[in-house]
Design a protein. Structure first.
Length: 804
């Protein structure tokens, strides 16, 4: 029968521990079209001649929806040897193979809501309990997860799409880092490409939210499984077998992280049971016995594939999604194997990345030999490919810092194999000392660059021994106080202590250094520093170059709370909530990235998602005892928030790929598509402006229109016209009047030679600036000038001098 049932079971596990019946197959399926329940049971037992009582209960969202109690010897089932039912009575010489079809009525499934048949990740479980009639005690218990086949868990499709987008981001980011010859220009374009580290930070945030010790709804665990690959949790049968061989039988106890372990006694599963009620119900239903029709044991070879497999030790019971163990169970990975799984995949990724970079270098050399590579395109990378390989390896370790710290600390707190803990301790020490130590050295190196005119090579050094034996080149101690120079955007007076300045002022100015001529330079202009520590600081703003140290500290604290507080859900979630809120506020203030897309993605979207996810996760603590339907609604809200974050990330990857294409084609005059040429120019203008890291120019304040005066009756004289008069006919008068016209042009001539056109009186007027009337001596003229004209206001002139 290849029909898909409305509800069916998948993987199952032992919920009794030391069950006297070893069940190798347990599955049930509900067909709504013909109202039947099909079940299969296979296994073995060491009991001799024991009659049984069986109970099957179906639970959905924490409530009982269907139950069936029957005695297999009195139900309408016949006994067969080897290939038929061997439960009546139980005999260890006969393998157990029970299977059949149970007709049911509408009243039997009235409690199962119709939405359960279509909702993604239906949260249900089927519990099979087997009792021995001779002692009326439980001798077997198995729990299987119930599903309708619809799920948010689509790692093959969704995970593959996310992986392709991540690969695009990796290629685009690497292209901007290796293309070009000028280090400062390469850094500028690299800073505005989308960071692969940000992509992994988003995906790891989504997946490792499941590390909180909460009782998760099934929808969340299914959703997170699409991002498990980003957290290093990729299932491989051969790898898990190797890790199992290393760990042995010490697989730990998942109850430490709040998950019900398979293979342990779970009396309270499904609300527990009352043995007297079970036998009382079986006796009362003896008159109307169930009819169970036998059928062959179906499997995938016969077209029936709606069944699961038993889970191994170290995994939680199917249908239990509590804590990090419940999140990992969706991948089939035991909590005790989490560290080794993540660490091995990290080593594989590291080897692949470095090997790919070296292969790319060989390809470039091959293209150069056949003259297929343009001169100047990858010259810097071809000369410094070893430095690029080292930077790539360090960058990979930097991005994996949170994952390694979390997994190693989780391994310490989880009681499992001592050998794995020893490996975790070594890895933890290497990462804890190596990555933060390198970051601290980058800060020290920066201070040396600032203190010696922009180059650390000019700093005095001397040969030393590290640990008394290892040769080392260290900085020579200064003998005079004036050997040290203070840094900053503002020139400090001699004797001023940089340490006396407030922290927020020091950190905001350390992005620049002062050379020997007193000129201010950005740290990103220092090619030596960028070549050595660009993998740490290249993407950050000039005044926020130090942000990688804050990020490392933040990631370490997160890892401590996620892993160290495992098993203490309230302390874990509220401690993380405080950290996420504080980090969100600080990052919003800092806006550390030079590229706007990274600031939008990390500062606002990622920070908001972290705060909301942790805050809503507090509702899943078992102490609050919320209904499972309510927790499912809250889980869907978290999926919406994280889904929007994922969509924004994918859009940012596409935009980043386009901008990276513009960056690597910056030397191409014929840019295609031509419609984007203007966009590329605006993008380059934006880069030139953003690299300065200056506050935006203040917008001009709008000029407020002056309030108009209240209009009253008035007049305004705008022009005056002089009418002709009788004296205008007098030529002598007209000549004198023209001499007072300020708009007239005069030519300076010798005063001693009067001309016919210029009589003596007029000539004297030009020299003194006034006209001298006839019959007045020169002394009198000066007196008249000083009395009658010097008292006039500035710019005024007499209409006509008065004389008799």
């Amino acid at each position: 029968d290849d029909r898909k049932p409305a509800l069916y079971t998948q993987n199952f596990g032992d919920c009794l521990g030391n069950s006297l019946i070893d069940v190798t197959r347990f599955d049930a399926a509900y067909y709504r079209d013909n109202m039947t329940v099909l079940f299969h049971l296979a296994g073995s037992s060491q009991l001799m001649n024991e009659s049984l009582m069986m109970y099957i209960g179906v639970y959905a969202y924490g409530e009982s929806r269907f139950d069936l109690t029957f005695n297999p010897c009195f139900a309408n089932i016949h006994r067969y040897v080897c290939m038929r039912l061997a439960l009546c009575p139980l005999n260890r010489s006969v393998p157990i193979q029970a299977n059949g079809i149970i007709p049911i009525s509408e009243s039997d499934v009235a409690n199962i809501p119709a939405i359960a048949l279509s909702i993604p990740d239906f949260e249900g479980e089927a519990i099979l309990r087997i009792f021995a009639n001779s002692t009326e005690s439980e001798i077997g218990c198995y729990s299987a997860v119930v599903t309708n086949g619809n799920s948010f868990s689509q790692p093959a499709s969704v995970g593959s799409v996310l992986g392709i987008f991540t690969f695009v981001a990796l290629v685009a980011s690497t292209a901007t880092a290796v293309y070009g010859e000028a280090v400062t220009t390469m850094r500028l374009h690299y800073a505005h490409s989308l960071s692969v580290g940000v992509v992994f930070a988003v995906f790891q945030h989504i997946f490792y939210t499941g590390a909180l010790s909460m009782n998760w709804p099934s929808v969340l665990v299914a959703w997170w499984s699409n991002f498990a690959w980003a957290g290093g949790m990729i299932y491989s049968q051969s790898m898990q077998n190797s890790i199992n061989h290393l760990i042995g039988n010490n697989v730990g106890n998942t109850s430490q992280v709040g998950a019900a372990a398979a293979g342990s006694n779970q009396d309270s599963l499904g609300g527990g049971y009352d043995i007297t009620q079970i036998y009382k119900r079986a006796v009362s239903s003896g008159i109307k016995q169930r009819t169970v029709y036998r059928r062959d044991l179906a499997n995938s070879s016969t077209g029936y594939r709606w069944y699961g497999h038993p889970v191994g030790n170290g995994l939680p019971l199917p249908g239990n999604y509590s804590g990090f163990a419940g999140t990992l169970a969706e991948e089939g990975i035991r909590a005790s194997n989490a560290f080794m799984t993540g660490f091995l995949w990290f080593l594989i990724l590291l080897a692949l990345l470095v090997g790919s970079l070296m292969a790319f270098k060989l390809i470039l050399e091959g293209l150069a030999r056949i003259n297929k590579l343009r001169e100047g395109r990858f010259n810097y990378f071809r000369k410094h490919w070893l430095g690029y390989s080292a930077a790539l390896a360090l960058r990979t370790c930097y991005l994996a810092f949170f994952m390694i710290m979390f997994l190693s600390i989780f391994q310490f707190t989880y009681q499992s194999s001592g050998g794995v803990k020893a490996i975790a301790a070594i890895v933890f020490a290497v990462f804890l000392i190596g990555i933060p130590g390198t970051a601290i050295y980058a800060c020290v190196y920066k201070s040396r660059v600032d203190g010696h005119g922009g180059s650390a090579q000019s700093a005095p050094s001397e040969r030393k021994n590290l640990l008394t034996k290892v040769p080392w080149l260290g900085r020579k101690k200064a003998t005079r106080a004036e050997d040290y120079t203070e840094e900053g955007e503002e020139m400090h007076q001699p004797g001023t202590k940089e340490k006396s300045r407030p922290f927020w002022k020091r950190t905001s100015t350390h992005g620049s250094s002062i050379d020997q001529e007193g000129h201010l330079h950005s740290i990103h202009d220092n090619e030596d520093y960028t070549a050595k520590f660009g993998w740490l600081a290249a993407r950050f703003r000039r005044t926020r170059w130090w942000f990688f140290t804050v990020w490392l500290f933040y990631e370490l604290v997160r890892a401590i709370f996620y892993a160290g507080a495992s098993g203490y859900p309230l302390a874990q979630v509220f401690g993380l909530l405080i950290i996420e809120v504080a980090a969100f506020c600080f990052i919003v203030w800092a806006r550390p990235f030079e590229g706007q897309r990274l600031n939008v993605l990390v500062v606002y979207c990622l920070g908001f998602s972290k705060v909301i996810s942790v805050a809503l996760s507090a509702a899943f603590d078992v102490q609050f005892n919320l209904e499972r339907i309510t927790t499912t609604v809250i889980g869907i809200a978290i999926i919406i928030v994280q889904g929007i974050l994922t969509i924004i990330t994918l859009i940012a990857i596409v935009v980043g790929a386009i901008s990276s294409y513009m960056s690597v084609s910056r030397n191409h005059e014929d840019f295609r598509p031509r419609k984007w040429a203007g966009l590329r120019e605006r993008y380059f203008d934006h880069l030139d402006k953003a690299v300065n890291d200056l506050p935006p120019e203040p917008k001009p304040e709008p000029v407020k229109a002056e309030a108009e005066d209240f209009k009253e009756p008035n007049f305004e004289m705008k022009s005056v016209r002089r009418l002709a008069k009788i004296e205008d006919e007098d030529e002598e008068f007209a000549t004198e009047m023209r001499s007072y016209d300020p708009a007239a042009s005069y030519m300076s001539i010798d005063d001693s030679t009067p001309t016919p056109q210029r009589p003596q009186s007029t000539h004297s007027m030009f020299r003194s600036g006034t006209a001298t009337p006839t019959g007045v001596n020169p002394g009198r003229t000066a007196s008249l000038y000083s009395v009658s004209q010097t008292n006039l206001p500035f710019g005024a002139r007499p209409h006509r001098p008065s004389w008799s």
